[in-house]
Design a binder for this molecule. Structure first.
Ligand SMILES: NC(=O)c1ccc[n+]([C@@H]2O[C@H](COP(=O)([O-])OP(=O)(O)OC[C@H]3O[C@@H](n4cnc5c(N)ncnc54)[C@H](O)[C@@H]3O)[C@@H](O)[C@H]2O)c1
Length: 254
């Protein structure tokens, strides 16, 4: 039990295919107490049975585009838990029209939305929870290979992930003063609701099987186990980093 009694807040479970679900499962298996933040009322219905199965103690609305909702969530957590040991940010959104075709056609508003929901939200959550994150706490976010390389159709989300990874480095310095670590997991492609918005996503899945050193796509368990390592004391000297869980695809050249 690597996380016995640790309080872990998870933002981004929408169903059992969510990467955040794979993470929640592993943290729960290792003794963590769980709390869930969700984007909107319709998601709550889907999340309730999942949270129940994982003995979730907190379930609250937190649309990350709203500073007021972020703050009211943090107030609730302070009241119920007093402190937080693990915070998982597994959130991204871009308009469908900005996940296909030419990047050059990204609108100002589409760009703003992608960056706001998928990158700035990490900064906003870290600020709201800064005082609740105990010494030794760990923050984890999710990135993708498209942050540093051009992936067809990923477009605005690629830019948002580049910004997200830069945020992780800057936040590592601010949070490090209080002994809090923050890292990103760069996950290989997984069939989720968010991924289905990216045009031609299924082509990426078969490419990984063909080209990655491990010759297979990753599972939710693969990501969950890496999150377990980053959430626990096993990674006590690691912060500001991006850890790949992608069957090794990112190391390949020609
Ligand atoms: N699926 C992949 O192939 C893949 C690969 C690498 C990284 N990621 C990243 O993993 C993270 C989780 O995505 P996923 O693939 O599990 O998909 P998902 O659809 O299961 O999860 C995305 C989550 O973002 C939440 N969200 C969107 N807008 C929000 C808002 N305004 N406020 C609060 N929550 C909001 C959704 O409700 C959902 O829970 C994302 O950051 C995604 O970019 C996914």
């Amino acid at each position: 039990m690597l996380l016995e009694g640790k309080r872990a807040l998870i933002f981004g479970v929408v169903n059992e295919r969510s990467i955040a679900y794979g993470i929640a499962e592993q943290l729960h298996k290792h003794g963590a107490r769980l709390g869930f933040g969700y984007a909107s009322t319709p998601i709550r219905k889907r999340l309730e049975p999942i949270a129940e199965r994982l003995d979730g103690e907190l379930l609250f609305q937190c649309d990350v585009t709203s500073d007021a909702e972020i703050q009211s969530g943090a107030n609730l957590v302070r009241e119920k838990w007093d402190g937080v040991d693990v915070l998982v940010h597994s959130i991204a959104y871009a308009n469908r029209e900005d996940l296909k075709g030419r990047f050059i056609d990204t609108s100002r508003e589409g760009y703003r939305i992608a960056l706001d929901v998928s990158s700035y939200s990490l900064v906003a959550l870290c600020r709201a929870y800064e005082r609740l994150l105990v010494h030794g706490a760990s923050v984890i976010t999710l990135s993708y290979y498209g942050s540093g390389r051009v992936v067809a159709n990923y477009n605005a989300m690629g830019v948002a992930k580049a910004a997200l990874e830069a945020c992780v480095r800057y936040l590592a310095v601010d949070l490090g003063v209080s002994g809090v670590r923050i890292n990103a997991i760069s996950a290989g492609p997984v069939k989720t609701l968010a991924a289905s918005a990216v045009s031609g996503f299924h082509n990426i899945l078969s490419l990984i099987e063909e080209k990655a050193p491990l010759g297979r796509n990753i599972s939710l368990e693969d990501v969950g186990k890496c999150a377990l390592y980053l959430a626990s004391d096993l990674s006590s000297g690691t912060t500001g980093d991006v850890v790949f869980v992608d069957s090794g695809y990112n190391i390949m050249g020609l």
